[in-house]
Design a protein around this ligand. Structure first.
Ligand code: NDP
Length: 175
């Protein structure tokens, strides 16, 4: 039953910043579209703070929210109290809906705990150095291979140049 891929999706500045004041440090309309395209139909797993930073429930994706608060509840979302439970609920949801992948969508605390077990990372490199208070861990290049990269220039709706990069975990030289 472990044939469901585990991915993470994240946008990271050149200095590894992913967030400030429980929000994003940039406006990148392209990245929001890319996020929607990648995650649509797949279970999304997130920390309680990231959930609360969203405008609301995102349609078309089972939500799994991790918290230590036993009283936390949200209509329409699965609430769990460990990463392990999140993965198990996510796997069930994927099997139920026919998804082949579940996606960890943040934030910093959850990425840190999941890094070692990720199969893929959809990494948007934001080509800027920004101030923030949440960071993505540095990746060891020996563990990851670049599968694709697509560069986009800044524009009216995109504050900074950015690149969509897909990384796959190296497994004995292959992914
Ligand atoms: P998280 O979203 O990672 O949520 C942290 C919370 O998750 C904890 O406070 C706790 O909830 C719960 N939690 C974490 N680990 C566990 C565990 N093992 N068991 C049970 N519950 C657990 O918060 P961060 O502050 O690290 O990240 C949020 C920031 O990241 C924001 O600025 C957000 O905008 C940014 N972000 C950026 C993204 C990007 O791509 N640039 C993507 C996603 C977020 P509780 O306190 O309720 O117990």
């Amino acid at each position: 039953m472990s044939s469901i891929l585990l991915s993470a999706m994240v946008a990271v500045s050149e200095n590894q910043v992913i967030g400030v004041d429980n929000g994003l440090p940039w406006r990148l309309s392209n990245d929001l579209q890319w996020f929607k395209k990648v995650t649509m139909g797949k279970p999304i797993i997130m920390g309680r703070k990231t959930f609360q930073s969203l405008p609301g429930m995102l349609p078309g994706r089972p939500h799994i929210v991790i918290t230590r608060d036993l009283d936390f509840s949200v209509k329409g979302a699965d609430i769990v109290h460990s990463l392990e439970d999140a993965l198990s609920v996510g796997r069930d949801a994927a099997h139920r809906t026919g998804a082949r992948e579940m996606v960890i969508i943040g934030g910093a605390e959850i990425y840190r705990q999941a890094l070692e077990i990720l199969d893929m990372i959809y990494l948007t490199r934001v080509h800027a150095t920004v101030t923030g208070d949440s960071f993505f861990p540095a990746l060891d290049p020996r563990d990851w291979t670049e599968l694709s990269r697509e560069f986009h220039e800044k524009s009216e709706k995109n504050m900074f140049d950015h690149s969509f990069i897909r990384l796959g975990r190296k497994r004995g030289g292959k992914i």
